[in-house]
Design a protein around this ligand. Structure first.
Ligand code: GLN
Length: 271
């Protein structure tokens, strides 16, 4: 009997040792995967045939979750573009839905191949990623309650301003020197406005249109002299020219033959 117990305990110790060597924990497995992807993102795509786009599906009409999605349950202008880029180059499009603030770090770690997230091309971001040619021009706008005294950007001085953390709207308001409250999602900012807890939300134009269409009593205030045009680009890991060239070639064709503008019209008309 003692012998059996001894054998059993040896087997158990061996099992634990094997398990830890093979990284049985989920976290370890994820880290190992990320490491592998990091070493050979390009080789990975070629082998698996998947092109993994990171996005944050909280940004209609560019990306949002819908039962009838374009890629799995993800729909929107960016999802159409991502699908076309993948198909043009013989890949299967895959979406990884992560927080906007974590997209660049995930790209750098090789967990995703590209970012498509209505992401504005900025000098700051260019230090961490390489951007495609621009595919859409937007601007920041203000959303206020109908009848608000905010008629131009300068009127926001002293008001309660809500923005989304990590969005260019936050940067723009910071540069103007105004105090603001930051939220994780655009919809949270809108709830603050609807409930009278803030006076104005600063966010990208097309997304603002969607929120105004969805909520009675809200209007958009534009101020071209205060908010510069912003251009959206697809980001790849620094130096991944192989993928960037493919993405740029697809975007060029979609811009030239009107595909992107017809999707933009389709998705903004159906807000
Ligand atoms: N265009 C804005 C930015 O780049 C917002 C993008 C987004 O929310 N997906 O920060």
């Amino acid at each position: 009997m003692k012998k059996i117990i001894k054998i059993l305990s040896i087997v158990m110790v061996l099992a634990i040792a094997v398990c830890s060597l093979a990284s049985c924990g989920t976290d370890n497995a994820v880290t190992a995967e990320a490491g592998k992807a990091d070493e050979a993102t390009q080789a990975n795509q070629a082998k698996s045939g998947d092109l993994i786009f990171g996005t944050n599906a909280e940004f209609p009409p560019f990306e949002y979750v819908s039962a009838a999605g374009v890629i799995d349950t993800f729909d929107g202008i960016d999802m159409q573009i991502a699908k076309k880029i993948a198909e043009d180059n013989g890949y299967t499009p895959k979406i990884s839905n992560i927080e906007f603030d974590s997209l660049i770090i995930s790209l750098q770690k090789g967990q995703i191949d590209a970012i498509i997230a209505g992401m504005t091309i900025t000098e700051d971001r260019k230090e961490s990623v390489d951007f495609s040619i621009p595919y859409y021009t937007a601007t920041q706008v203000m959303i206020v309650k109908d009848g608000s005294e905010i008629k131009k950007a300068a009127d926001m001085d002293g008001k309660t301003i809500a923005v989304v953390q990590g969005y260019t709207g936050e940067t723009v308001v910071e540069k103007m020197g105004y105090e603001h409250v930051s939220f994780k999602k655009g919809t949270e900012c809108i709830m603050e406005l609807v409930n009278g807890k803030c006076d104005v939300v600063v966010i990208d134009s097309a997304t603002a249109q969607k929120y105004v269409a969805d909520n009675d009593g809200l209007v958009i205030v534009e101020d071209e002299s205060a908010f510069e045009n912003e251009e959206y680009g697809i980001a790849v890991k620094k130096g991944n020219t192989q993928l960037l060239d493919k993405i740029n070639a697809s975007i060029e064709t979609m811009l030239a033959n009107g595909t992107i503008s017809s999707w933009a019209a389709q998705y903004t008309d159906n807000l």
